[in-house]
Design a protein around this ligand. Structure first.
Ligand code: UDP
Length: 332
């Protein structure tokens, strides 16, 4: 498969976060000029070895100054809030930081004649599945503020692309997982809510047990099924999407998943295999708002981006995450 090489310089907003830092690493490996813009609210300085501007997307003057100084040819935009539960409790934060800050970013791009943007969307824009696997033409009816704000971001970028000659790619992630295979960067959230890092914290002895949310779903083992996609495969898709825009595509939206789902029970069992640790687990009530299954369908990313996920095995994904967790038991 050919390796697309987008033109830089690229400005990576949110490049100190989980998926952003892996994308920065890949841009560096491909020798594409870049800089990172991050307010470090949830990102980690240690995850980035590229030029970094610690700037908040709420600060329009500082943003304009960064565009003036860095003169990016394109933006990859990861800077957003991403917790469903928090978005329900504090939607204001999500509308401000996901919607308004993205508007600030698009305005800064327009003012600087920077036309191409690739950004993190999510399968949460689809809402409750009416069919599984979910293809890109699945109805987009989000069921929480997080999903609403991400859908607003998609619409905003499509509208800007059509009106102002910009080009935008929305990449709808399923469950990002794994870590750089050398164990140097990985997933660190505080507080942690995601299944895989939590299971590995149990393996490390930092938590007593993993709670499995719901054993009465309509799935083969009764636990929820998700499509876990390796973070390095996500990173690769961003470079392909940017190269596709730069080759003349105005807008595109595609799912990024493997098309294969694994249950919570299967993840816990794989983690026991990979770590060789016991990992006590307990079934508890469902977590509100969790659909039984979220699995990516269709072949749009393959067709449009020639993208094929490479690190698709659950043991491979967990093995990479475990290497990072053992090297960084307390985070960065
Ligand atoms: N999950 C779980 N225990 C946990 C955290 C998550 O059983 O401590 C389940 C959750 O209900 C979902 C799956 O693991 O079915 C993946 O959840 P995660 O929060 O990692 O990602 P999400 O699918 O919410 O984006």
């Amino acid at each position: 498969m050919s390796q697309p090489t987008p033109d830089g310089p690229v400005l990576v907003a949110g490049g100190a976060g989980y998926i952003g830092s892996h994308t920065v690493r890949l841009l560096q490996e491909r020798e594409i000029e870049l800089s990172v813009l991050d307010n470090l609210s949830t990102g980690h300085r240690e995850a980035v070895s590229a030029p970094l501007d610690v700037v908040d997307l709420g600060d329009r003057e500082a943003l304009a100054e960064v565009f003036e100084r860095r003169r990016p040819a394109a933006v990859i935009h990861f800077a957003a809030k991403c917790y469903v539960g928090e978005s329900v409790e504090d939607p204001s934060k999500y509308y401000r930081e996901n919607v308004t800050y993205t508007w600030n970013l698009l305005e800064a791009m327009r003012a600087a004649d920077c036309r191409d943007i690739v950004f993190s969307s999510t399968c949460a824009t689809y809402g409750e599945p009416v069919q599984v696997p979910m293809t890109e033409d699945h109805p987009q009816v989000p069921i929480n503020p997080y999903g609403h704000t991400k859908l607003h971001m998609e619409h905003m970028m499509q509208d800007y692309a059509h009106a102002y000659g910009m080009r935008a790619a929305a990449l709808r992630y399923f469950n990002a997982a794994g870590a750089a295979s050398d164990g140097t960067i990985g997933e660190v959230h505080a507080p942690e809510t995601h299944l895989i890092p939590l299971v590995l914290q149990v393996a490390l002895g930092k938590r007593e047990e993993i709670l499995m949310f719901g054993g009465d779903y309509d799935t083969p083992d009764g636990t929820c099924i998700r499509d876990y996609i390796h973070v390095d495969d996500l990173a690769d898709a961003h470079l392909r999407a940017l190269a596709t825009l730069q080759a003349g595509t105005t807008t595109l939206a595609c799912n990024l998943g493997t098309g294969t789902g694994f249950s919570v029970q299967e993840v816990v069992e794989a983690a026991r295999r990979v770590t060789g640790r016991e990992i006590p687990a307990r079934l508890v009530d469902r977590r509100p708002g969790d659909p039984a299954q979220l699995v990516s369908g269709g072949s749009r990313a393959r067709e449009l981006l020639a993208w094929e996920p490479k690190r698709t095995g659950l043991d491979e994904i967990l093995g990479d995450a475990w290497r990072f967790h053992t090297a960084h038991p307390d985070g960065y």
